[in-house]
Every structure is written in C-alpha cells, then in structure tokens.
Design a protein around this ligand. Structure first.
Ligand SMILES: Nc1ncnc2c1ncn2[C@@H]1O[C@H](COP(=O)(O)OP(=O)(O)OP(=O)(O)O)[C@@H](O)[C@H]1O
Length: 775
C-alpha cells in the first residue's frame, strides 16, 4: 500500500507540476504530510437524463495538522465531497487518499475511529440523553469509561451543553448541533470532518469552537476539514478551498488569497474568483465557437484582460510554499479531462485513447475483504436498539401488543356464525279464521308438519310471519328479510301422499309437498349459512318424525353421508382455516414495516451515516437489528400464539414448536423484505407506502383468506412464487393435519422460507452496492 501511495503522489505531482511538498516527495512523505489527497474526482447523482454532475475533476490537498476551510455556495458539492472522503459515497472516477489509504479499505481505518464526522443533519437519537449519546459513541469506539466521563465533563463545559441527563429531543436546535459537534470531537480523532459545525451557534461559542479547532491542530497535530457558510470565520483556517460547481477554484492560505486578489475580505476574494471563473468560462465557450468557425489559432491561445486572470497566471503569482492554487483549465466550463492520475499496481486504471487526452477510468474493484463483527460495537448497537424500543412506551406497546391485538380483532370479528338473520315465513297451511295459530303435535301424526319443521330452524334465524308471498317478497326486495320460506295450503297432506307413494309420486304432488325458498343471495356467506341451516333443520325434523313413528330415523334421508373427517373435525370454521395464514401475515408484515421504518428513519436523520463513519459496519448494523427484531419476534409470536390457541381455542394438532419455528422463519423473511424496502427508499413515507402496498396483494394471493385452488391457473403460479404461500400451507398442515417436518408440504415451507431469506439478503447487498455508486 505504501508503494501505491508513493506512486500516486509521484504521478499526481508530475501531472499538475506542483512544486509543493504535498506531491513531490516520492519517499512516502505524502502519507506523512497529507491527511487528505483528492485527485481528479468526479461524482454524479442519478442516471440517464437525470444524471447530475456534482464533482468535476476536483483536486484537493489537506496537510496533516492543518485546518482546512472548505467554502462554496450552497449545492456546489461540499457535502458530497466530504461524504466521499469519509468513505460513505464512492467517486465515479478519481482518487482519494485519507490518512494514507483509500477510504473504505480495511487498512485505512476510515471509516473508523481515526475520523470524527459531524454531518449536516443532526444525526442524534432523540430518545437518548446527552450522556447516553456520548456513552453510545464511547462504546462504538471502545473507549474506557474513565475517558468517556472526563470527555463528557470537558465537552459539556466547553460547548456549554445543557445538563447531561436532558433528552436530545428536548434540546433547542443550537443545543442539538453542539451535542452533534461533541460527538465528532469526543474520541479525539486524527481527522475531524465538520459539515457546517457553527450553524445556529452564537458568535461567542463560534469563537471558542474555532479556538478549540486551532488547539486541536496546533497542540495535537490533528487535521480539521470544516465547511462553513460564514466565510470570514474561515480566516482562522490554514488553508481555504474555494469550491464552485464541483471544482476547487483555489486552494490557498487566507493571507495569500487576500493578497493575490487584492481584496480586504475573503468574501470579496471569493466573489472576485467566481467572477473571474465566469469570465474564463465565457471565453472558453467563445473559443470553442471560434474553433467551430475555423479560428483554431485563437482558440488555442485565448487572450484575456489583466483582470481576467488565466488559471496558470494565478498559479504562478501564488506563493507556492504553503499550499497551491490549482485552477484547472476547463473545456467548455465542464470538468477537466486533461489531468490524470494513476494508481499503479493497485485498483485504479487509466486508459488513454488515441493520445487526445481523453481518459476512460475503470471503476475501482475493491477486493472483497470481510472483517468479523466487533463485539463492542455489536454490544453498543444492541443496547441502543433496546433502549430505543423500551424508552418509548407507545412504540413498545405497539411493537409487542399490536400483533396480538390484530389476532384478537380477527378472532372476534371473523369466522363466526351470523345471528339475527330475518327470514319471511309464508305458511298457507294456517287457517286465517283461527288466528293463523301454528299448532303441531310431536307424535307420529301428519298434522301441521310445516309448523313442526319450523321448530328445527336454528335460533340464528328470526322467523318473520307474512300473510302472503307477495308481501314477503316485498320485504325481501326492501332488504328487511334475507329470504322467504313458503309452505303450500296442503303441505302436510301432500307430504303424506308423497311419503306413501314413494317412487310413484307424481310431479304435481312433489311440487306441492316442497318447501319453496327465495333467497336474497347478495351476500354469499349469509346465503350459504341460511341454506345450510334450512337443510339441516329438515334433516333433524325428518329424523324426529321417523323416530316418533317407530321407524329408523335415517330412513328416507338422502343417502349421502359425511363420515368423520380424515383430518380436523366436521364443520371446521372459517377462523380455523384462516388462522395459520393470519398468524404468518401478522408476524411477517410487522417485521417488514418495523425493519423498513427503523432503517429508513436512521438513514434519513443521518444516524446511519454517522455510525458507519464511526466504523460500524453494515453487517454489524444488520446483526444488531436482527437480534433486536428477533426478541420482538419472540414476544410477538408468543402473544399471537397465546391469543390464538388459548384465548380463542384455535386447535393446533401438530407440534407447536414446529409451528412457532415456521412463523419465526417468516418473521425473518419479513425483516429481509423490510431491509430491501429500506435500501430502495430514502424516506419513511415511501417505505411505508411500499410495505402497505405489498400487504393486500401478498395476503390475498398467498391463500390467507381463500384457497389457492380457487384461483385461476395463471394466478396460482404467481401465488406460489410469493414468500408467504408455502409457509402458510406448511403451518396449515401442522395446525389442521398435525403433520411433522418429514412431510413434503411442511419442509417445503421451511426450505422455501430459508431460500427467500437468502435471496432477499443478496438483493439487499446488490441494491446497496448499486446505490453506493449512484447516490
Ligand atoms: N442523493 C442525492 N441525489 C441526487 N442529488 C443529490 C443528492 N445529494 C445531493 N445532491 C445534489 O448534489 C448537489 C450538491 O449537493 P451537496 O449537498 O454536496 O452540496 P453542498 O455544497 O454541501 O450544499 P450545502 O452547502 O447547501 O449543504 C446539489 O445540487 C444536490 O441537490
């Protein structure tokens, strides 16, 4: 690596003709003297038509032990540059060395404890106290508790922080920024990268912050890169980098800048520099049009007035002993393709094409080095996750009790037999002159069988008498009754004839001995229930009548009998059918939304970035989250199973441990899907929308509420490609059939869940990698 650094320095210096000590020393002093080296950095966001170039051939040199003030208008790319320096973003092309190594490599220690990073966002946990915040980062950096305590005391006094037991969310904006600043300083890193640390800070404190930075650099040899919008405060920096449109227009000591531009203030100098740059750009544009018009000579030697200083002139006029000014010549105001750096023997390549100076740079191929998760960082992350969960009672109740609450709502509302269903009864057997009284006997006599039959209809049905069919049908049409039962005038006699005639009964007799029913079939479930109960009532009525007549009760009843079921019991309720699917969907979707929500909100608040820059790896964050989510999963699954099995008596005929295992696995699949959503989405809203949007299709297609056999064949294929389907089938087999893991349907559910976990995790890594380059 050292060799790489040397070669890097040599090539850079030869190209830029820089005479300062920063680049020319091939003996490895670059690594000693330079904290940060950036060469020919280009970075753009987005793809295709939305591609937006932010860094365009930027060079930057930060000496060790110096303070470097990075100035520039809003949106010129300062934060982007800093995030590339700390290894959170990758350049599209160009090279960066931080403390002698490429950021992001194992040997660099960047991201890691060598850097202290204060992002623009607050990047603090609102539910932590100030003390807990610093202790958390203390654990991340594996600092001794005595050191943590002394730093806490020192920084509290120095930054005038509120009492350390105050929750961060209760602090003012300025106080929160100071806590954020304290986090960056806390572990006394070699390199401090501060993105606008003095925003919202009063002038007195700003003054003491700068004093502290100066002491850090002078007394302790620490390097500080600081961006600020208060240009004048940057006078205290050793070097100022003036940035515009993704390039450094100047990199100079404040005094040299003022002298060279003959301006009283940095602000004026910056203004002058920008105006010069603008003129240079216009001239370059004009030259290009001249070239197009055939005036190549002039194009190669553009002339400018004295005020419009050419880039090379500025370099020559500048005192190069301290740092350098490298205003690069630009084509058409765009990023330079003129300069090149090579990083031989390592991972970077430049390919010159046709000697025209056009360069194509291959993307870096970092070797895949994997570091084992660190126990102290894992400990800090797990502790933080638990603190965040348990501290907020609302979130705690939601996380642990919501699945059980959902299961309760499901059990209370779904699958029960409907009651209070009104049915119109028109019984023409009744005699109006005798007040339509429905008397019947229970012996073996054929008298008023209509009334005898009606006695057997379940109480769930309320019988509403009507005088005639048209009145009852009107009630049906107006939604007052769910159906109309009609008995003919001589129903009992006709029924008797039919019984005695047996196979010889004529059609007229058959029709008159029928109980005719008109149903309001607009509600399929109610329709099915009423039909079932009316038929059952007839079976019971007839058996009773046969018994009264000393006949075999089963005689004459339809010869189709449902014997004891192979699995389950007769009349399995809809709730029992849905329960396995529901348990899995509840656990799965809770895991999806919780995981996606936690990650997206941490990333949005800059917390993820801050932790990653502190050296926490994505693997550690994932493991920390998995452990945290796993314990939630245990709580959620336990409560859901208790609710289903004990409170609502859903039977589980198989091994309960196996059922719980299948549910856990699906919880993991949910977590991985949540992670995938989090890698795609930049804000909570889109993550929430995506997880919500996936809920209905997933539950419906996965056969939670309707058998997959009832779907069209093409949809069945989709159904079986859903992550929940096989697991639901497996759980149903365990619950209803009592099957074990040796059955194909059960182990297929387990194997496919595991495959989903693997596929989703791989997808997450791919998306993360792609986004690292496009972000
Ligand atoms: N993730 C992103 N996707 C697309 N564009 C982005 C992204 N992040 C930043 N940009 C754009 O890149 C440009 C540079 O942004 P950057 O945050 O680096 O600027 P800055 O100099 O730090 O601005 P400020 O001083 O206001 O913080 C801006 O135009 C910004 O809109």
């Amino acid at each position: 690596m050292e060799k790489d650094v040397e070669e890097f320095a040599v090539t850079v210096s030869s190209h830029h003709q820089l005479e300062s000590e920063t680049n020319i020393n091939p003996s490895g002093s670059s690594r000693i003297n330079q904290a940060v080296l950036v060469r020919n950095a280009t970075k753009s966001y987005g793809v295709g038509r939305n591609r937006c170039a932010v860094l365009e051939g930027l060079d930057m040199t930060v000496k060790r032990g110096s303070i470097y003030g990075l100035l520039g208008a809003s949106g010129c790319g300062k934060t982007t540059l800093l995030s590339c320096i700390v290894g959170r973003r990758s350049l599209n092309s160009g090279d960066i060395l931080v403390l002698g190594n490429e950021p992001g490599t194992l040997e660099s220690g960047v991201p890691g404890p060598r850097v202290g990073y204060m992002p623009q966002e607050l990047a603090l946990y609102g539910d932590f106290t100030i003390k807990e915040t610093l202790q958390y980062f203390g654990r991340i950096y594996n600092l001794r508790s005595a050191f943590v305590d002394s730093q806490l005391e020192f920084l509290s006094t120095f930054l005038d922080l509120p009492p350390s037991d105050r929750y961060v969310r209760t602090l003012s904006g300025g106080q929160q920024r100071r806590v954020s600043f304290a986090v960056a300083l806390f572990h006394e890193p070699e390199l401090l990268i501060l993105d606008e640390p003095t925003v919202g800070v009063d002038p007195l404190l700003r003054h003491s912050i700068w004093n502290h930075l100066l002491r850090q650099s002078v007394d302790h040899g620490r390097t500080v890169i600081v961006t600020t919008h208060y240009i004048e405060e940057a006078r205290q920096a050793n070097t100022i980098g003036m940035m515009r449109s993704g390039r450094l227009l100047a990199e100079e000591s404040p005094n040299n800048l003022l002298r060279n531009f003959r301006r009283p203030s940095l602000e004026d100098a910056f203004l002058k520099l920008c105006m010069d740059e603008q003129r240079a750009e216009s001239m370059a544009n004009a030259s290009i049009s001249n070239v197009t018009n055939g005036n190549t000579e002039e194009a190669q030697h553009p002339q400018g007035d004295q005020d419009n200083v050419d880039c090379e002139d500025v370099v020559s006029q500048t005192d190069m002993t301290e740092t350098n000014v490298h205003r690069q010549r630009h084509n058409n105001g765009r990023g330079s393709v003129d300069s090149t750096t090579s990083y031989s023997g390592s991972t970077l390549f430049n390919l010159g094409i046709g000697g025209t100076g056009t360069k194509i740079r291959k993307r870096k191929n970092h070797s895949l080095k994997v570091s084992l998760p660190s126990l102290h960082r894992l400990g800090a992350l797990i502790r933080k996750n638990y603190l965040m969960t348990f501290r907020n009672i609302g979130i705690f109740v939601f996380i642990y009790f919501m699945p059980a609450f959902q299961a309760t709502v499901f059990n209370v509302t779904l699958g029960h037999e409907p009651t209070g269903l009104k049915i119109g009864v028109v019984n023409d057997e009744l005699n109006p002159s005798q007040g339509r009284i429905c008397n019947y006997s229970t012996d073996c006599s054929y008298s008023m069988l209509s009334c005898r039959y009606l006695r057997y209809i379940k109480d769930n049905i309320i019988q509403v008498p009507y005088e005639n069919v048209s009145e009852a049908m009107d009630a049906g049409k107006n939604g007052r009754v769910w159906g109309v039962i009609h008995f003919g005038r001589n129903f009992t006699e006709e029924f008797e004839i039919r019984q005695s005639e047996g196979d010889s009964a004529n059609l007229e007799n058959i029709i008159r001995s029928r109980i005719s029913i008109n149903m309001d079939s607009s509600n399929q479930q109610i329709d099915v229930f009423i039909e079932k109960w009316i038929l059952e009532a007839f079976g019971d009525f007839f058996k009773d009548f046969m018994r009264a007549c000393q006949h075999e009760p089963e005689a004459g009843y339809i010869p189709v009998v449902f014997m004891d079921p192979v699995y389950g019991q007769k009349d399995t309720t809809f709730t029992e059918f849905m329960a396995p699917g529901l348990i899995i969907s509840i656990v799965y979707f809770m895991a999806v939304s919780l995981t996606a929500g936690v990650f997206v909100s941490e990333r949005k608040q800059g917390l993820l970035d801050r932790c990653l820059v502190a050296g926490v790896t994505m693997t550690e964050i994932l493991i920390g989250q998995l452990i945290n989510q796993f314990s939630m999963l245990i709580g959620q699954t336990t409560l859901v199973f208790l609710c289903m099995l004990l409170a609502f008596n859903i039977p589980c005929h198989g091994n309960l441990a196996l059922a719980v295992f299948i549910t856990f696995l699906q919880g993991f699949v949910g977590m991985c899907f949540g992670l995938l959503i989090a890698t795609f989405c930049d804000n909570e809203n889109s993550a929430l929308l995506l997880s919500q949007a996936s809920f209905l299709p997933f539950t419906v297609i996965s056969g939670v509420c309707w058998p997959i056999e009832g779907m069209p064949p093409y949809l069945r294929k989709i159904a079986y490609s859903m992550p929940l389907t096989y697991a639901i089938e497996a759980l149903r087999c365990v619950f209803a059939r009592g099957w074990g893991i040796e059955r194909v349907d059960v182990y297929l559910g387990i194997v496919i869940s595991m495959a989903w976990i693997l596929v989703l995790l791989i997808l997450c890594l791919i998306v993360l990698r792609i986004r690292k380059y496009s972000r």
